[in-house]
Design a protein. Structure first.
Ligand SMILES: Nc1nc2c(ncn2[C@@H]2O[C@H](COP(=O)(O)OP(=O)(O)OP(=O)(O)O)[C@@H](O)[C@H]2O)c(=O)[nH]1
Ligand SMILES: [Mg+2]
Length: 210
């Protein structure tokens, strides 16, 4: 039986502890904001199908990681099976912005030689008082690190939540269509469904009976 999806992308959500990774994933997949919600171990996994263009279904495998250092080795296995990363900072905590470049480098070093594409999320933009990171700084950092985009997001107020996942998914899909993301049998970050695999062309030689 063929899969009901055309492409499958692994997406990992990273960033310092308490930037709001679990809340964001919960809002995106369940549609609610629950301040008391805590996943066991702080780590979670969800599946979400996204429809693109006519007839293109992209299955997203979404890995929520824990920001604390003691969970880092588990997070690494999620990084290895992903092609995209939502890297998050909290706009009310300056140190989470300062740590973005080292998160970015750590991920790239770890997944090498496989690619990873990033969207930077400036989270908790609903907090009018106590903001410590300007939007222009987030945009400049995303540009400097060659990320797909910077988006200001509030899970609490449901601002730009689905846009963050859509921007990342569409960016990866477009790069793949342009031939910029190679697939490998031993890498599960980006998988092409059986319905999309092209049949090898019939060559003149094999088609000819002489
Ligand atoms: N103001 C505001 N607070 C938020 C928002 N999203 C999450 N929070 C709060 O931020 C805190 C941390 O949220 P979590 O989702 O647990 O953060 P996390 O990044 O998963 O944390 P770790 O699992 O420890 O790495 C909680 O108290 C949330 O209620 C938001 O959009 N705005
Ligand atoms: Mg969490």
């Amino acid at each position: 039986m063929q899969e009901p999806w055309n492409f499958r992308f692994g997406i990992v959500i990273l960033g310092d502890s308490a930037v709001g990774k679990s809340s964001l994933l919960h809002r995106f997949t369940e549609g609610t904001f629950d301040e008391s919600h805590q996943s066991p171990l702080g780590i979670d996994f969800k599946v979400h199908n996204m429809n693109f263009d006519p007839d293109v279904v992209i299955k997203l495998l979404l890995w929520d990681t824990a920001g604390q250092e003691r969970f880092r080795s588990i997070c690494k296995s999620y990084m290895r099976n992903s092609v995209g990363c939502i890297l998050m900072l909290d706009v009310s905590q300056r140190q989470t912005f300062d740590r973005v470049a080292s998160w970015h480098q750590e991920v790239l070093d770890y997944v090498k030689p496989n690619p990873m594409f990033f969207v930077l999320v400036g989270h908790k933009c609903d907090l009018a008082v106590g903001r410590q990171v300007r939007k222009s700084e987030g945009e400049a950092l995303a540009k400097k690190l060659n990320m797909l985009a910077y988006l200001e997001v509030s899970t609490k107020e449901n601002i730009n939540v689905s846009e963050a996942f859509e921007t990342l998914t569409r960016g990866i899909y477009t790069l793949f269509q342009q031939g910029k993301i190679p697939t490998r049998d031993d890498w599960h970050g980006l998988t092409v469904g059986a319905t999309n695999k092209k049949e090898p062309p019939v060559t003149k030689k094999s088609a000819c009976c002489n």
